[in-house]
Design a binder for this molecule. Structure first.
Ligand code: XMP
Length: 208
């Protein structure tokens, strides 16, 4: 597996101080656009090329985590032109918050993955708790190989010893929304990845 390094979301400091690039409708909610629609499209295309190359002769099953991966998954698999199967796993953390609390499985896998090459696709790798739990869930099902692909990787927040095999963008420790990622179920429909404003982030993390 030859991998291109994750693209670093650059120029964040200068972007944080102004809302240029943020559509007017979202200016009071977002600090900046961290990763533009064009940057995402480019990177997703190159991730798809890597995956295609690595799994050309394999029986690939993509297991996607609900709900944040919806846009990433749809864009990614349309660029991967090899046969594949697709299934979903639902994981959710109890209580509203920005960090993963107690994890519960809200949807189980339906496909048989025994002996097959499984690629888990997730939106963001943060502390690593979610991906670790999902890996623990899938391993006993005896896939031939289990790999992981995430759009975003907040490496500085890692608690668990888990890494992704395919990473779209390495990002700093900021709370991001858009392109499937939400804050209180909003902003998933934004076509870019933006940084949630301090005002909203603080209201989310500060107990009332
Ligand atoms: P862990 O900590 O388990 O986190 O690796 C993975 C899950 O936490 C959520 N998460 C975020 N959601 N913006 C979001 O919208 C963020 O910046 C963020 N950081 C973590 C997300 O659900 C992810 O699957």
């Amino acid at each position: 597996m030859r991998q291109t390094p994750p693209v670093r979301a650059q120029g964040l400091e200068s972007r944080l101080s102004n809302t240029r690039g943020v559509p007017a409708r979202w200016r009071s909610d977002l600090d900046c656009v961290l990763i533009s629609q064009a940057q995402i499209a480019r990177r997703v295309r190159s991730l798809a090329r890597e995956i295609e190359g690595d799994y050309r002769t394999r029986d690939l099953v993509i297991v996607s985590l609900l709900n944040g991966t919806v846009m990433f998954l749809a864009d990614l698999i349309r660029q991967v032109s090899i046969p594949l199967r697709l299934d979903f796993i639902g994981v959710s953390s109890y209580g509203a918050g920005t960090t993963s609390g107690e994890l519960v499985f809200t949807k189980e896998l339906r496909l048989d993955v025994k002996g097959r090459d499984v690629l888990i696709v997730d939106d963001i790798l943060d502390t690593g708790r979610t991906l670790k739990r999902v890996i623990q869930r899938l391993r006993p099902l005896k896939p031939r190989r289990l790999r992981t692909c995430v759009l975003l990787d907040k490496t500085s927040r890692r608690i668990e010893k888990v890494n992704a095999d395919y990473v779209g963008f390495a990002i700093p420790d900021v709370f991001v929304v858009g392109y499937g990622l939400d804050y209180a179920e909003r902003y998933r429909n934004l076509p870019f990845v933006g940084v949630l404003s301090d005002r909203l982030y603080t209201s989310l993390t500060t107990p009332q």
